[in-house]
Design a protein around this ligand. Structure first.
Ligand code: NAG
Length: 145
């Protein structure tokens, strides 16, 4: 009898622990902005005034942000607005909120890392961002990383 009690106690405690663990992982946001890799478009300096370029860049990634926040079920968005092509892919397990947070980090980082070139990409654990003034001809597979 005493042995049965302790067994059910163990099962009960295990359940409480698992429920706590699930609540914690569900409640914590984690945009997974561990930087895996980044690169800039080589020998492709910005050919317009920086403020013009940045305004175009902002339009493109503003539109991508709008697409991702309007539809919480998508994890990929791409567009071209006034000369800047952009694409963002989040891991499918990221929440919409975490995907947007990852994008916000990535769009700042790609400009910080490539201040004089007109394109580049950043790969985080949670998302991938690419920016270019040329139409994308290369398909980059993030699952390798
Ligand atoms: C682009 O957006 C950043 C913040 O996301 C802002 O600091 C900057 O002033 C904007 N630049 C232009 C030219 O719109």
């Amino acid at each position: 009898m005493g042995r049965c009690m302790s067994m059910s106690m163990i099962i009960y405690l295990r359940r409480v622990f698992l429920i706590l663990l699930m609540n914690m992982s569900g409640g914590l946001s984690d945009p997974q902005t561990v930087l895996l890799r980044q690169d800039c478009t080589r020998q492709s300096p910005i050919r317009v005034e920086l403020s013009v370029f940045m305004s175009n860049f902002n339009k493109t990634f503003g539109e991508i942000r709008r697409q991702l926040s309007n539809n919480h079920n998508i994890h990929f968005a791409t567009t071209v607005q006034t000369d800047v092509y952009g694409m963002v892919q989040c891991r499918n397990y990221l929440s919409s909120e975490d995907c947007l947070a990852c994008l916000d980090v990535a769009r700042i980082e790609v400009r910080r890392n490539c201040p004089t070139t007109d394109g580049g990409h950043v790969i985080y654990k949670g998302c991938f961002l690419r920016s270019s003034i040329h139409y994308f001809t290369l398909i980059v597979c993030t699952s390798r990383y």
